[in-house]
Design a protein around this ligand. Structure first.
Ligand code: GDP
Ligand code: ZN
Length: 308
């Protein structure tokens, strides 16, 4: 049988069977290794697996094969940088919930997420939540920011999880996709999930029934069914995703508006910080690259994520 991992606790996997859609508790057969990746978990939410249900395992499945991953997102362990944790695999898109007020999400955080998603080849949409709190000035500001990000290839949606404004538009972009939903705590992610997923309490209860007793599973992602074919991956407790294997020399390539200008710098190894004849800095000075984006680049270049 084939199916998709909808939750993992480390030793058990909850798998949605592809044909009938029922949820089955599964274990891994033998030792599982995935080539080239040093990770603490062999399987993650979104992985496609093959499994058997054997009589002697009391209705539980045994996973014996995993399908190729189209992409994945990982979180680096705080303590051991070589031991990354795969948060989710096979995503069609990532939705980043952000706010301009109560609280305001920083550009640094947004840009860091966008770079991560670029590195993983995952399209991103920005969801500006709490629109009901906007005054006229904030609304204008949101329009400007949204159009800046749209010009880079990241569409935005304005919504209020509280009033329901814009939620229908978000539901439409979820349709038929596997979408990762994430954001800083307090931005209204839970409220939005409640607005998007019918019978959320029932579905969450059904999923958590399968969790190991005594194991804290709140930091594990889970895949929620919005309707058949449409899935939302919630990532509780995950504030920041790890930027793995992005070397300083590669960083500029993950900023789409830099990418287009990289071969115009005088030096081929230009880091776009101080070098003469730098096309990126020139574009910043001419207002063709937004200053906050360039500042995000500099901060990431000097930051911990790229020291490795
Ligand atoms: P999470 O930490 O991202 O999951 O955020 P929550 O969904 O728990 O929401 C955090 C707070 O923001 C709660 O007090 C919500 O009621 C509030 N909130 C969520 N969405 C909206 C919104 O669209 N408008 C307003 N005014 N408040 C919201
Ligand atoms: Zn340059």
């Amino acid at each position: 049988m084939t199916g998709t991992v909808v939750k993992s606790t480390g030793s058990w996997y909850l798998v949605r069977e592809a044909a009938g859609g029922q949820l089955l508790r599964c274990r891994l057969r033998g030792k599982f290794k995935i080539k080239g990746l040093k990770v603490s978990n062999p399987l993650a939410v979104g992985d496609e697996v093959e499994f058997d249900v054997e009589a002697q395992t009391e209705g539980a499945g045994v996973i014996f094969a995993i399908g190729p991953r189209r992409n994945y997102i990982i979180r680096r362990s705080v303590h051991k940088s070589e031991h990354a944790h795969i948060v989710a695999a096979n995503l069609d898109q990532a939705l980043l919930v952000v706010t301009l007020v109560s609280p305001a999400t920083s550009f640094g955080f947004i840009d860091r997420f966008l770079v991560t998603a670029e590195a993983y080849h995952i399209p991103v949409r920005l969801l500006f939540n709490k629109a009901d709190l906007y005054d006229e000035e904030t609304a204008d500001y949101q329009t400007q920011i949204a159009s800046m990000y749209a010009s880079l290839g990241y569409p935005s949606h304005l919504c209020s999880a509280r009033t329901g404004e814009g939620v229908g538009e978000i539901d439409a972009v979820l349709d038929g996709q596997v979408s990762l939903l994430t954001g800083h705590s307090g931005v209204g992610k839970s409220t939005l999930i409640n607005a998007l997923v019918p019978d959320l309490d029932l579905k969450t209860a059904e999923i958590s029934q399968f969790s190991d007793k005594g194991v804290h599973t709140t930091t594990f992602a889970e895949m929620l069914e919005v309707r058949p074919g449409t899935y939302l991956i919630d990532t509780p407790g995950i504030k920041e995703l790890g930027l793995v294997d992005v070397k300083p020399a590669e960083l500029a390539g993950y900023f789409p508006e830099f990418r287009a200008r990289l071969n115009q710098c005088r030096f081929h190894n230009c880091q776009h910080t101080h070098e003469p004849g730098c096309a990126v800095r020139e574009a910043v000075e001419e207002g063709k690259i937004a200053l906050p984006r360039y500042e995000s680049y500099l901060s990431m270049l000097g930051g911990e994520d790229n020291r490795r």
